[in-house]
Design a protein around this ligand. Structure first.
Ligand SMILES: [Zn+2]
Length: 681
């Protein structure tokens, strides 16, 4: 995640993407051709009225065990794997392009990737490239120097204490504004430092920190002491951090301060020095997203001895750099974070790790080549038509809603008109001219790429928001709705079968990507979307009556999902409420949009399935997933989305057309009585 959008990102619903099927290359074109519905993945011995998810996916589930380097394997992972091979082709071409001119995009891609693959040089260097940072930290003699060094570290992508960058101004959404936000923890969430039951994690963590200090030149006794200091520091930061639940309300994350007010609220830290060090332009005011954190941080730094702070700064440099350094550091870092915390059994191969970094740090350079090679204007056009039908369908559904007031409907329809749709890839591309990439050092290439991005970020502060700019690169398998831009993005990589398939009938495309886009669209109008107006300003446009009637309707969603059981555990219907509403809304909108096509009117069966049946099979196909039990347990505790199986089976239970399409009888497992079904959109 780039820090530009760190806060906006909190409100993104990241679409889960499609799935892969056996492909053939036709002789006349290089384009892979996929079947619209892979019948061999289905299990027609299962009654669709009992378990529609397994009826559609059971053979796929049997034939696709989880790779040891994954916590789960689903359609999204399949498309990502396929996309990686496409990116590899692009990188290979750059590698073999010996004529690439110095400074060209091909030279940069080639040298970035090659430097990352040069394990001999990387291992020989060990942690040597961290020594200049260690020296600078060691030379600190007074806390008054902290602001400057923290600014320098932030500029290079290390994140001690907090983060600062640019965001869309939620009270003036045409412009970018500086934002300061809490950060500085190394474990994924504050609760892990604070709860009794997660003490075992902290015990392992402190050992891991000590190991990392030892591997970077500190003797054992000192390493153990430093590790304790770091854990104590981060535990204190966790205590003063805004809890996750409070962050769910965007109003809690917007606090407009003048620079001088901010300096007064956190008086011991020299903010002018800090902002100069991160290369900020002149600016008068900023959003202090978590003011209480900064007030407490200021006091905390005052009360902590400089030696402990130095240990912490050194740790942030080490842990952030480890994946780019020698094998001993990579392995120790993997064993704790990926292995112990997330249950990953094996490290991904070096080429995949380096490919991911190349694609991430040179994202739009790779993206431009990716689009030239793998995307067709035809596909972009067909997806655009589909999206416009969805917009029309949602508009009609909003007009018919019986819970939304007329006054609010008018605002909703205006907001719908204004949604900025980004499909496939941008029309203009980022210029990487100012980024230097050399074959010598992987670590230094990453540092320069981060500084390049940071400089771009800083240059935006105070300027108009460029609505043509893309937040996702075309090769990222993803899509999202951004409330602060009232914008939907759908990348080229997500326009792959069977999420989206140029060779498939409309029923299959509307059931898969159509539902997913419909889901994202409804977020613009729901409990979260109502906080932002059509331009992206924080401005609640619902009346109190709308709110009351909406809330009343949510109860049925909560009940239906609370009841649903998976592997002996019940779903948390309250936690997953917003996403469950969007799933059913997406289905309804996609269904109505599909009815606008000529194909739906012709009502012709394919492979023995009616268009309506193909629509629903395609929907359930997208959710196929094998998941480790630990990962499922964690997901059911923390994820705002229901597990995949429930997204298929439970959402369909409230969809009237599903009953007609498959003749679902009363009393079957999929059946929900009409008066019990949920409905909002
Ligand atoms: Zn969502």
């Amino acid at each position: 995640m780039k820090k530009t959008n760190a806060i906006a990102m909190l409100f993104l619903c990241i679409m889960a993407a499609g799935c892969g099927q056996k492909a053939v290359k036709t002789p006349e074109s290089k384009r892979e051709v996929f079947p619209a519905i892979e019948l061999s993945n289905m299990d027609t011995t299962i009654n669709p009225a009992d378990d529609f998810y397994r009826y559609c996916n059971n053979n796929w589930l049997k034939n696709n065990p989880i790779p040891e380097e994954n916590p789960y394997y689903d359609a999204f992972a399949e498309v990502s794997d396929r996309t990686k091979l496409q990116i590899k082709e692009i990188i290979d071409e750059a590698i073999h392009n010996s004529k690439a001119e110095q400074g060209s995009v091909a030279q940069k891609i080639r040298d970035f990737y090659n430097a990352g693959m040069d394990s001999v040089a990387i291992n020989e260097r060990g942690y040597r490239e961290l020594l200049p940072y260690f020296e600078k930290i060691d030379q600190l003699s007074d806390k008054s120097q902290l602001a400057e060094i923290i600014g320098q570290l932030h500029d290079e992508g290390f994140k001690p204490f907090f983060t600062a960058g640019c965001m869309v101004d939620w009270k003036n959404a045409d412009r970018y504004i500086m934002v300061a936000f809490q950060d500085g923890l190394s474990l994924p969430v504050p609760d892990l430092y604070l709860e009794e039951e997660t003490q075992v994690i902290c015990d392992y963590y402190v050992e891991h920190i000590a190991n990392m200090f030892r591997l970077t030149g500190t003797d054992s006794i000192l390493a153990a002491r430093k590790a304790k200091n770091v854990l104590a520091m981060e535990t204190e930061l966790a205590k003063i951090s805004m809890p996750m639940e409070e962050m769910l309300d965007p109003q809690n994350l917007y606090h407009f301060y003048s620079r001088s007010e901010f300096q007064v609220s956190a008086p011991n830290f020299n903010w002018d020095n800090y902002f100069a060090a991160i290369g900020a332009p002149t600016f008068d005011s900023l959003n202090v997203a978590s003011p209480n954190f900064f007030i407490a941080l200021d006091k905390f730094i005052q009360n902590t001895d400089l030696g402990t702070i130095k240990d912490y700064l050194r740790w942030k440099v080490i842990t952030n750099s480890a994946p780019l350094l020698s094998d001993d550091l990579v392995t120790e870092d993997f064993n704790f974070f990926n292995g112990f915390l997330y249950g990953q059994e094996a490290q991904k191969s070096r080429w995949i790790r380096v490919l991911n970094k190349t694609s991430n740090y040179l994202e739009m350079a790779i993206g431009q080549l990716y689009v030239e090679k793998f995307c067709s204007a035809e596909a972009k056009e067909r997806a655009q038509d589909l999206v416009e039908n969805l917009r029309l369908a949602l508009g009609e559904r909003i007009k018919r809603l019986d819970w939304m007031s007329e006054e609010t409907k008018a605002k909703a329809l205006h907001k719908l008109e204004c949604i900025n749709m980004k499909i496939g890839y941008p029309d203009k591309w980022l210029d990487y001219g100012k980024l230097e990439v050399t074959p010598e050092s992987y670590f230094q290439n990453v540092r320069r790429a981060i500084r390049f991005e940071n400089a771009r970020d800083m240059a935006k502060i105070g300027k108009f928001v460029d609505m043509d700019e893309w937040d996702l690169s075309p090769q990222t398998v993803n899509g999202n709705y951004r409330p602060d831009k009232n914008q939907i993005t759908l990348t080229a990589a997500v326009l792959q079968p069977p999420f989206f398939n140029m060779d498939a009938d409309d029923a299959v495309n509307y059931g898969a990507i159509g539902q997913a886009i419909g889901h994202e669209m409804t977020h613009g109008f729901d409990n979260a979307g109502r906080m932002y107006d059509e331009r992206g300003n924080l401005n609640n446009w619902w009346t109190e009556e709308d709110d009351a009637r909406f809330t009343e309707r949510t109860k049925q969603f909560v009940k239906l999902f609370d009841e649903f059981e998976l592997c002996g555990r019940h779903i948390n219907g309250t936690l997953t409420l917003d996403e469950n509403i969007a799933d059913l809304g997406g289905l309804n909108v996609a269904w109505d949009a599909y009815q606008m096509t000529d194909e739906a009117k012709a009502n012709k069966s394919i492979d023995g399935f009616s268009p309506a049946q193909r629509f629903f099979i395609s929907y359930a196909t997208v959710w196929r997933c094998n998941i480790r039990d630990e990962a499922l347990e964690l997901q059911m505790k923390e994820d705002l989305h229901s597990p995949h199986e429930a997204r298929a089976n439970r959402a369909l239970g409230s969809m009237p057309h599903f009953y007609e399409a498959f003749d679902i009888p009363e009393g079957s497992k999929m059946y929900i009585a009409p008066e019990e079904r949920a409905a909002i959109w």
